[in-house]
Design a protein around this ligand. Structure first.
Ligand SMILES: C[S@@+](CC[C@H](N)C(=O)[O-])C[C@H]1O[C@@H](n2cnc3c(N)ncnc32)[C@H](O)[C@@H]1O
Length: 584
């Protein structure tokens, strides 16, 4: 029977479910074997009291190997990886026979159970395999828990002063008592430790699940990834819903802008698939080109062209000849979200390039300042769009936390930029933009909360409504600055409101978004009026306050999924206090 982990007791959201767990095996950089999987499998060998001579069991150390399943895979890459890897592993331990069953099983165990170890900025460092308390946790596309790594913390780190107890227990029965396989006295106190944490309320006896894949992908992509990596079909609530969930629908929504002239036919699904592939390829090409050729300008143009104009795909018709269909991405389609991420980065790089490569003239400073504003606008849009999805799918909390934190940080950097002095006569000095000197006229949160204990206070029961209060202010302040942030950026000008997506009516077909977005309240009139206006100190103060609220909100969400002493929470506090954090 399959194993799973369940809650021992009722658990609130934002609580550690396990103490820090050490890995059974791990492989960070510089492995002497060619891949991290091999290296981790090799380390597992040393854990055997005496390696079994043959290995018919479906589990080793109590962990599922999935050997039979993976070896009957139709994916040639998976088979090749196991076959070649097992031979290499056998050679490395001096086994020159043809019997590599144990090596195959170990490699399959690693492929089934290993997790990607990431550093604070989300960069992959390698992989680790944990014991049963972690490895028996199944996947869900709407999980109720997440995990974080403790990479360089010692037992004196504040985060570890208290030791959370084990609040989850195994459920299921396995035949082999595999703890006997482990070598005696096998110390496992090195390597990246992992802590599991609740992101939703979990009832006693309820299964605890985590995500094995990126949850900001539509169902087909998640399923394809889970299949190719683990060879299982996910049967979680989000995947088995009779109709695609609201979030999945949005993440894959594309529409045909000139469809009213066409007759729908059974070929249209094929055409949609073709369009989806073409849109993907276009995005990939633009991003790869940006990363390899370091050409942010061309990348921004290509992506904004895609977002604004859509993509033409030819439809073959029997009688009337061929016609061009115009496919448009929904603003919350996963490709749009990827485009916002890239655009936020590309505009920032473009702005820095302009300042470093060009002569020191006001014109270039002004242009660079505009690029920074576009970068900020895209990070705000990304945060708002993800937040809209998070409200329907609360397991997206980690993405929302990170995007709000990024948006807040870039807003603060913009507000503290000395470039304002070129634009605003009798401008404010950057030192004005500190928390001590700021007041929000809407909410009292900034006054009420001490920044350095904000995360802890926000966790307390008295601040349950903090999200709504912060979001109200974010929405309000965005209304005051959005038209100046999007100035000059054609695509952003059709986005009605980057925070409040309620114009996407849940009860109607989401394909109607084009009609709604055309009725943008940020009308051309407002935009052109802004063009002629000079920027004001008031605008700068509002950008600063908006940044502070985004950081508080991101910090609040981060404390739920990463804990109050997490790297993100402390990073956010540094950003809030860093009054010299300015661009030029
Ligand atoms: C790390 S193990 C999880 C524990 C496993 N159930 C066990 O019995 O040891 C990962 C494997 O569990 C199964 N699994 C995990 N999540 C699943 C899901 N949502 N749907 C189907 N199978 C799943 C798959 O076989 C996957 O390769």
């Amino acid at each position: 029977m399959d194993m799973k982990m369940v809650a021992k007791e009722d658990i609130e959201e934002g609580q550690d479910l396990t103490p820090p767990l050490s890995p059974l095996s791990y492989s960070l950089q510089n492995s002497f074997l060619s891949s991290a999987d091999l290296s981790a499998a090799f380390r597992l060998l040393s854990l055997f009291q005496s390696p079994p001579s043959t290995c018919p069991q479906p589990r080793l150390f109590g962990l599922l190997t999935n050997r039979d399943k993976l070896l009957s895979s139709e994916e040639p890459d998976v088979l090749l990886k196991i076959r070649d890897g097992a031979r290499e592993l056998a050679k490395a331990r001096g086994n020159f026979s043809d019997d590599v069953i144990l090596e195959e099983a170990l490699l399959c165990l690693v492929m089934t159970n290993a997790v990607d170890v990431q550093d604070k900025s989300g960069r992959s460092l390698g992989i680790a395999v944990y014991d049963k308390e972690f490895s028996w946790i199944n996947h869900s596309c709407s999980p109720n828990a997440c995990y974080r790594f403790l990479l360089f913390e010692t037992n004196n780190t504040p985060a570890l002063h208290y030791q959370p107890k084990m609040r989850i227990v195994p459920h299921g029965k396995i035949d082999v008592c595999s703890s006997s396989e482990l070598a005696q006295g096998c110390e496992r106190d090195d390597g990246p430790r992992i802590v599991v944490r609740s992101i939703k309320r979990i009832k006693k006896g309820e299964e605890v699940t985590v995500a094995y894949t990126d949850l900001l992908q539509p169902k087909e992509m998640r399923q394809a990834e889970l299949w190719s990596k683990y060879q299982f079909v996910c049967c979680c609530r989000r995947c088995t819903a009779s109709l695609p969930t609201y979030v999945d629908q949005l993440l894959e929504e594309i529409s045909v802008s000139n469809m009213e002239f066409m007759n729908l036919s059974s070929d249209d699904n094929l055409l949609m698939d073709e369009a989806d592939k073409k849109l993907n390829d276009y995005m990939d090409e633009a991003v790869t080109e940006y990363l390899s050729a370091d050409d942010p300008e061309s990348c921004c143009k290509k992506l904004e062209n895609l977002l604004t104009q859509g993509l033409q795909v030819e439809k073959l018709e029997s009688k009337a000849g061929n016609s061009q269909l115009n496919f448009r991405l929904h603003p919350l389609n996963r490709l749009s979200l990827n485009a916002y991420t890239t655009l936020a980065s590309a505009y920032k790089v473009w702005s820095i390039d302009l300042l470093t490569l060009c002569s020191d003239t006001d014109g270039h400073h002004w242009e660079a300042f505009n690029m920074s504003r576009s970068s900020v606008a895209y990070s705000l849009l990304l945060a708002g769009a993800t937040d809209h999805l998070f409200r329907s799918e609360s397991s997206l909390i980690a993405s929302a936390a990170n995007f709000w934190a990024n948006a807040g940080e870039s807003l603060l950097t913009l507000a503290r930029s000395s470039a304002w002095n070129l634009i605003v006569k009798s401008g404010l000095s950057a030192s004005k933009f500190s928390l001590q000197k700021s007041k929000c006229c809407n909410c009292s949160l900034i006054d009420r909360l001490e920044v350095d204990s904000f995360i802890r206070q926000a966790q307390s029961a008295g601040l349950k409504n903090i999200s709504n209060e912060l979001l109200d202010c974010i929405s309000n302040l965005t209304g005051k600055v959005w038209s100046s942030l999007i100035h000059g950026c054609l695509h952003l000008q059709v986005i009605k409101d980057p925070i409040n997506f309620s114009w996407i009516d849940k009860s109607t077909n989401v394909s109607d978004f084009r009609t709604h977005s055309n009725k943008s309240c940020w009308t051309a009139e407002i935009i052109s009026r802004k063009k002629s206006e000079r920027y004001t100190n008031e605008e700068r103060v509002n950008i600063f306050l908006l940044g502070v609220h985004c950081l508080f909100y991101g910090g609040h969400l981060a404390s739920i999924c990463y804990g109050e002493y997490s790297h993100l929470a402390s990073h956010l506090q540094n950003v809030l206090y860093d009054e010299d954090n300015s661009i030029h």
